[in-house]
Write a protein that binds this ligand. Structure first.
Ligand code: NAD
Length: 264
């Protein structure tokens, strides 16, 4: 099947390098004919994203730090001037102080709680509102979450709380924009080795645990997430909104970890 995204234009936020989940999604939709714009956080990331954007013929490469709302507004003004309208948005952005992605959640500081919430949760609402303003017909908005939103995980701490709020935002935004034909969904991805993922203490051990204890007994790749992203951004999922779609080798569906290792 080719051309699923032919004629559609969209903004990809959150590519840091070629290991980024956002890059997996960008490649999947570009292969199906989508025209893409990319945002990047600061010049150092911009230099890494430029060749990736070039490789999928993306002409728009825009700076945007979601902590600075003026850069968000500037980015959407440029997109409006260049394209007029967009069809989809990918928000693959998360941040928390790595000193608090270890130890007890109870030790989270007020400053980092607020910052984590603004960057990892509320920025989706802010960009969704601006993207929806550029959608006159049907559209699709997609963000990224993790199983630590609904069940506690070691070290994920305040990110889990922010992801829980992000998942609730998905449902509220789906209700807000549904009457206009704009869909809002999230992918809950299993652990992927990325820059952000490496910030969580014991990431390697958590990665191995999930790999060993998920029904499919394998980890998730950015291609896997990319293909599910393609489904949620394309008309294949035209009646799907407000959903948290798990791409985690089935880990979230089982409460009994694999017994094989205990029997050895
Ligand atoms: P990544 O490091 O490749 O991407 C994170 C992105 O967030 C980077 O591009 C970074 O520039 C951006 N970002 C952080 N603060 C920002 C700010 N203030 N303004 C603009 N951009 C900012 O890592 P990733 O794992 O691909 O993360 C993408 C999303 O996927 C995140 O929301 C993450 O929580 C989520 N996620 C990751 C995993 C995993 O295991 N890696 C699992 C589930 C969900």
């Amino acid at each position: 099947m080719t051309g699923l995204m032919q004629g559609k234009r969209g903004l990809i936020m959150g590519v840091a390098n070629d290991h980024s989940i956002a890059w997996g999604i960008a490649q999947a939709v570009a292969a199906q004919g989508a025209e893409l714009a990319f945002s990047y956080q600061g010049e150092a990331f911009g230099r890494r994203v430029k060749p990736l954007a070039d490789s999928v013929n993306a002409k728009l490469l825009l700076p945007c730090d979601v902590e600075d709302l003026s850069t968000v507004d500037q980015m959407f003004e440029t997109i409006k001037a260049e394209w007029g309208e967009i069809d989809f948005l990918v928000h693959a952005i998360g941040f928390s102080d790595r000193n608090e992605l270890k130890g007890l959640y109870a030790d989270t500081s007020r400053d980092n709680f607020t910052r984590t919430m603004v960057i990892s949760c509320f920025s989706f609402t802010e960009v969704a509102k601006r993207a929806a303003a550029l959608m006159s017909g049907e559209g699709s908005l997609l963000t990224l979450t993790y199983g630590g939103a609904t069940r506690s995980m070691p070290n994920y701490n305040v990110m889990g709380v922010a992801k829980a709020a992000l998942e609730a935002s998905v449902r509220y935004l789906a209700a807000d924009y549904g009457p206009r034909g704009i869909r809002v969904n999230a992918i809950s991805a299993g652990p992927v080795r990325t820059l952000a993922g490496a910030g969580i203490a014991d990431a390697r051990a958590m990665f191995a645990w999930q790999q060993r204890n998920s029904p499919l007994r394998r980890s998730v790749t950015i291609e896997d997430v990319g293909n599910s992203g393609l489904y949620l951004l394309s008309d294949l999922s035209r009646s799907v909104t407000g959903e948290i779609h798990f791409v985690d080798s089935g880990y979230s569906t089982t409460s009994m970890p694999c017994l094989e290792q205990l029997k050895q």
